[in-house]
Structure formats: structure tokens, C-alpha cells
Design a protein around this ligand. Structure first.
Ligand code: ZN
Length: 132
């Protein structure tokens, strides 16, 4: 295998693997990024904790269960998405913490796409339900 030479010299096979994964992430993000997933990644968007903070809504609670409405709540906890979460778990086995999502998606592109689809599905339905 040919060595890749970066600005600092020979970056070796291990770095080539990391480089390949980063290229995959960039490709994947470019292909799949959209409004809903960006909201999920940033936590800025249709979450009560955010919309309340910018005075767009009058409460920061989930309209379904009354807990603080943030991305962790939507992704991991809210009973509103229990069926979708169950289906996700069947496909990916272990659902990562929200803070580990990108690393998880880079590690396994197929599981990454499944996570992406889950996030987009629930965010799309969440926004439809809120009339946003
Ligand atoms: Zn909820």
C-alpha cells in the first residue's frame, strides 16, 4: 500500500484510514444533510428548550409528555417516538448517545444511514404535528 504524504510528511496507514473515514463522512453529510438533521445535530430548531429560549414559544416542555423538549428527549426518551425507536433498535442494536452520533455514523455507514433516516422521520413528523 502506498503511503500518503500530508503537509507534515508521511501520515501512515492509520491516518489514511482516518482520512478515508473523514472523506466518507463529508460525502455522507453532503448527500444527506438537510434541514431536519441539521436541527438535530445543532439542537437549534424545533425543540421547546430552544424555541422557548428565543421566545418563539411559551413553554419548553414536550407537548406529548410534559418533559423538557430537547434533542436528547426527542431522540432517546419521548414516548411519542417509542415505536420508531424500537424499529431503530432492531436495525442498529445499540442506539448511541446523541453526543456520539457522528462518530457512530462514520464507523458504520449503513447504521449511520439508519440513524439519519430515524432522525429525519421523527423531526419531520414532529414539525408537522406542531404546524411549523
Ligand atoms: Zn415527550
Amino acid at each position: 500500500m502506498a503511503k500518503k504524504v500530508g503537509l507534515g510528511g508521511d501520515i501512515g496507514d492509520l491516518d489514511q484510514e482516518a482520512d478515508r473515514k473523514c472523506e466518507g463522512l463529508v460525502r455522507m453529510q453532503h448527500r444527506r444533510s438537510n434541514y431536519y438533521f441539521t436541527q438535530f445535530l445543532t439542537g437549534y430548531g424545533s425543540y421547546g428548550t430552544f424555541t422557548y429560549g428565543i421566545k418563539k414559544t411559551e413553554m419548553n416542555k414536550c407537548s406529548r409528555c410534559g418533559k423538557d423538549d430537547d434533542r436528547e428527549h426527542v431522540f432517546c426518551v419521548c414516548p411519542r417516538w417509542a415505536e420508531e425507536r424500537r424499529a431503530l433498535k432492531e436495525r442498529v442494536i445499540t442506539i448511541p448517545e446523541t453526543t456520539d452520533i457522528i462518530a457512530y455514523m462514520v464507523e458504520d455507514e449503513r447504521k449511520g444511514k439508519t440513524i439519519f433516516d430515524y432522525v429525519v422521520q421523527i423531526m419531520n413528523r414532529k414539525l408537522e404535528g406542531e404546524g411549523v
